[in-house]
Design a protein. Structure first.
Length: 221
């Protein structure tokens, strides 16, 4: 099914630090957040797998989807292992990340002939501080690389919407109450965890599992 894409002609776009992808070549996109359960662009193939050496974390502020300018929510970004360990070096409760740590997600092959249109759409969707990067995607059974140079959107630490070394408890408080045009922040977290579990029982890492539990505890109070 073809999903119509609408991108305002005058809009702030995701930052690109240079890209090896060229127009009209096959385009694969790795989703590790809401794109796992809400694919709003046409695709012709998908692969569930993992990337290495990065921690998925709710450390990117959301002013346009799961929060507002005055009350931003939190959405996912990817933090490299060395940066993550440095950020939380004084927090013994935060799990360490290594170059072999995995982050599960879904890689999508954009429908042929629509690569440029979809990229413009994604640039706008991820406009709140995200940068384009490229990763290798590994197969969960063979642990071999199945896709090279897959495009991914990340909120790097020097972007204006990066939340910094927010503790998991502080992050949970934000997620429990924030809401934006795309819905409540906690809905984003719960949908993500459920979508990952549907794909693989161990796809929800300890950080996500603890965050989910803390948010549910706050909501029940």
């Amino acid at each position: 099914m073809t999903i119509p894409l609408t991108v305002p002609s005058l809009c702030r776009k995701a930052i690109a630090l240079g890209t090896p992808w060229e127009a009209n070549r096959p385009l694969w996109v790795f989703g590790y957040g809401s794109i796992i359960y809400r694919v709003d662009f046409p695709i012709e193939a998908q692969v569930f797998g993992y990337i290495k050496g990065r921690q998925r974390a709710f450390l990117q502020e959301s002013h346009d989807h799961r929060g507002t300018e005055t009350n931003p929510g939190r959405v996912c970004t990817l933090i490299p292992a060395d940066q993550w360990n440095h950020m939380f070096s004084n927090d013994p409760g935060t799990p360490k990340v290594t170059d072999e740590s995995v982050c599960w997600g879904m890689a999508y092959k954009v429908k042929s002939g629509m690569e440029q249109e979809v990229k413009r759409h994604l640039d706008y969707r991820e406009k709140d501080g995200y940068t384009i990067d490229f990763v290798d995607v590994f197969d969960g059974d063979s642990n071999a690389v199945v896709l090279n140079n897959v495009m991914v959107y990340v909120g790097v630490s020097d972007n204006p919407s990066f939340a910094g070394a927010s503790s998991i408890r502080d992050t949970a408080k934000v997620i429990a109450y924030a809401e934006g045009p795309s819905g409540t922040n906690r809905e984003y977290l719960f949908h993500l965890c459920n979508a990952l579990r549907e794909k693989r029982s161990d796809a929800v890492d300890p950080y996500l599992e603890n965050l989910e539990r803390l948010v549910k505890d706050i909501v029940r109070q």
